[in-house]
Design a protein around this ligand. Structure first.
Ligand SMILES: C[S@@+](CC[C@H](N)C(=O)[O-])C[C@H]1O[C@@H](n2cnc3c(N)ncnc32)[C@H](O)[C@@H]1O
Ligand code: SF4
Length: 436
């Protein structure tokens, strides 16, 4: 049963950036333009994110910018704008001579596009960019959108890491949460995915979907182990403001239908134990991997170490030369900027101070499970064990991490509570404010 203190309330977020998105503003855009027009520091890795905002159905827990009512013409209009954006981006001085180290097709549901739409998109992108030297090309898929020929197309287009949103293996839970797919579509898709032989396949699960029980959760974990993907990502269900469930809780004053944090954490803890028993290793607070040498998580690790990320697509988030930015979130404005005005559809931005860049890297890397004290000394000339002595001591006293002069490491409790450990490292003015 939920208790007052651990209920999954509306407004809970996991932390993916710093300073909080609520601090990013439209009047900082000049700084983004300057950063984009400046040649890069040669050693900074470069990544590309492409956002495909379409889905078959809106899941009741989802907070992403997605559209579920678009026809082929709408999709072509979006894809054209995205190609135009890539063309503009490819000519920016910030690209320098750098090849893309990693590319990420995220959503929404990139696999919503048909094989034909995908091939046409990639053909047009290749007029301006390529990812031949990328160490990782990720593509997010929803199981029910896949067909055998689409999976083969993805492989041909150079996808190295396919990420499949399974979330849960029980149909009643999938239906209750508004997922568009059922379990039989997972198993069908799985055969095609295995047949295509991607370097890496990841599956997403969520601990705490509405209707989740201990029995159901144990079944999920055993099914996941049977599939034996290279990595498994487990999110703890959160309720940002704009989900269907959140609106029901706030508008209709219903009790939260999501299990409390303690229960979700014990499910995650059980999952870690089972996956470790099956030969997986914990690779971050959300991920277990089968073989650390094979799965390098280029997108995650580069992004969490301050790489540049060029963001394309509606509402997507980027980071260049220490400046954060987000594209416009309105579909008409996004397209008009590109196709009628020939300009980048930048929406809001934030210019980080050096201290904020340090905080950002440190909290993101802590989610990976450890901090290398020497890395921060070398890059920022700061001894993080001294800078945040009392914060680390408190977490250590609470059993969340261990501190040695060279390394800070999360304990199992620390992994289970990772996001809750981060706000104490925020600057005072960024604590306790709305995150997005
Ligand atoms: C963009 S979706 C993945 C691709 C595809 N759209 C799908 O859902 O199958 C990214 C992932 O975010 C996770 N997610 C979405 N909303 C969430 C929430 N409220 N709490 C926790 N995880 C969530 C889901 O695990 C989902 O697979
Ligand atoms: S979880 Fe995936 S499929 Fe569901 S609405 Fe969000 S982006 Fe679309």
């Amino acid at each position: 049963m939920s208790t007052e203190s651990t209920k999954t309330e509306v407004g809970s977020y996991f932390i993916s950036n710093y300073p909080p998105f609520s601090k990013w503003k439209g009047d900082h855009l000049d700084a983004v333009h300057t950063a984009l027009q400046t040649p890069p520091a040669a050693e900074t890795p470069l990544g590309l994110y492409l956002h495909i905002p379409f889905c078959r159905k809106r899941c009741k827990f989802c907070y992403f910018k997605v559209f579920t009512d678009q026809n082929a013409k709408d999709i072509e209009a979006y894809v054209s704008a995205l190609c135009r954006e890539i063309e503009l981006v490819s000519k920016l001085p910030v690209m320098g001579e750098r090849p893309f180290r990693f590319v990420y097709f995220g959503g929404g549901t990139p696999s919503f596009l048909s094989s034909r739409q995908l091939t046409s998109l990639v053909d047009r992108l290749r007029a301006n960019i390529n990812w031949d030297k990328a160490e990782e090309v990720t593509f997010e898929c929803e199981p029910g959108t896949l067909q055998e020929n689409k999976v083969k197309t993805l492989k041909e287009l150079g996808v190295t890491r396919l990420s499949l949103g399974i979330e849960n293996f029980t149909d009643s839970v999938l239906e209750e949460n508004g997922r568009a797919h059922l379990s039989k579509e997972v198993y069908k898709a799985w055969d095609w995915i295995k047949g295509a032989d991607f370097d890496n396949v990841n599956i997403d699960l969520i601990s705490g979907m509405v209707g989740e029980t201990w029995d159901n959760w144990k079944y999920n974990i055993s099914e996941a182990i049977k599939l034996s993907p290279e990595s498994i990502t487990i999110y703890q269900m959160e309720l940002p403001f704009n989900t269907v469930y959140s609106k029901d809780i706030l508008g209709n004053k219903i009790e939260t239908p999501v299990a409390d944090w303690e229960t979700k954490r014990s499910w995650l803890n059980y999952a870690y134990d089972e996956f470790l028993g099956a030969g997986y290793k914990i690779s971050s607070a959300y991920t277990v991997v089968k073989d650390n040498n094979k799965v390098n998580f280029s997108y995650r690790d580069n992004l969490w170490s301050g790489s540049d990320l060029l963001a394309t697509g509606i509402a997507s988030f980027g980071h260049v030369g220490g400046v954060h930015y987000q594209n416009k979130a309105d579909m008409k404005q996004y397209q008009t900027d590109l196709t009628e005005h020939g300009k980048l559809p930048l929406g809001r931005a934030y210019v980080s101070t050096p201290h904020q860049l340090l905080v950002r890297e440190m909290i993101l890397q802590l989610k990976r499970g450890y901090l290398d004290v020497g890395y921060f000394k070398k890059k920022f000339d700061v001894d993080i064990t001294q800078q945040w002595k009392s914060e680390f001591k408190q977490h250590q006293d609470d059993g969340m991490l261990t501190v040695t002069p060279d390394r800070i490491e999360l304990t199992r409790q620390g992994f289970l509570n990772a996001d809750a450990l981060l706000p104490p490292f925020f600057e005072a003015e960024n604590q306790g404010i709305r995150y997005t």
